[in-house]
Design a protein around this ligand. Structure first.
Ligand SMILES: [Zn+2]
Length: 187
């Protein structure tokens, strides 16, 4: 069961190759940097990959352990459920807010990459949707005023139009473009 869960999170989360493969291991016996992996397996707790390696120069065998901590970024949903952070979902919510706005897919992907990097460097394994939402708002605020207000209105689940207007006002006070307002009501 644990094994299955781990395999799923490997599928769901994009992991930089550097997190999974350690290059240029130095042979403890002869110092050569050339080796081949004979066997790889997950540790019992699923937190690391154990690899048996064989030196191509002296054929000495040794073991390396590679941590999988980057696979453990989880989202805590509003209802308390946990699920692996889904990059595509995150991109989808940003793309929705940016619909018909002059924002390229590269910029949106850049925002997603930035958010994930920030979350990873915060060393927190579990992140609430609130925290993620706040990061998204930060990125959208820099990208486009209309996309920002659209996202904010959904994210904050505004109850009244008054809250919505306050948001626009406070955005303008922070230096947003005033052109956001007419376009917003057209959309
Ligand atoms: Zn060697």
């Amino acid at each position: 069961m644990l094994q299955k869960k781990i395999d799923q999170s490997i599928c769901c989360v994009e992991v930089p190759l550097s997190a999974l493969f350690v290059h240029n291991m130095r042979c403890p016996k002869c110092g050569s940097l050339e080796d081949k992996v004979i066997d790889s397996r997950l540790s019992k707790d699923g937190g690391s990959i154990r690899r048996r390696r064989e030196c191509l120069s002296c054929e000495d065998r040794y073991t390396t352990y590679e941590e999988l901590e980057r696979l453990e970024l989880h989202v805590i949903k509003r209802d308390g459920r946990h699920e692996p952070l889904d990059r595509h979902k995150l991109l989808g919510s940003i793309a929705k807010a940016c619909e018909k706005r002059p924002i390229g897919i590269e910029e949106m992907e850049g925002a997603v990459g930035g958010i994930i990097q920030e979350l990873e460097s915060a060393q927190d394994r579990e992140v609430s949707t609130r925290v993620i939402g706040a990061r998204v708002m930060e990125k959208l605020h820099a990208l486009d005023p209309v996309a920002y207000v659209r996202y904010a209105s959904v994210y904050r689940q505004f109850q009244e139009i008054g809250d919505f207007l306050d948001e626009i006002e406070s955005f303008e006070k922070r230096g947003g473009r005033t052109s956001a307002q007419p376009e917003l009501f057209k959309a």
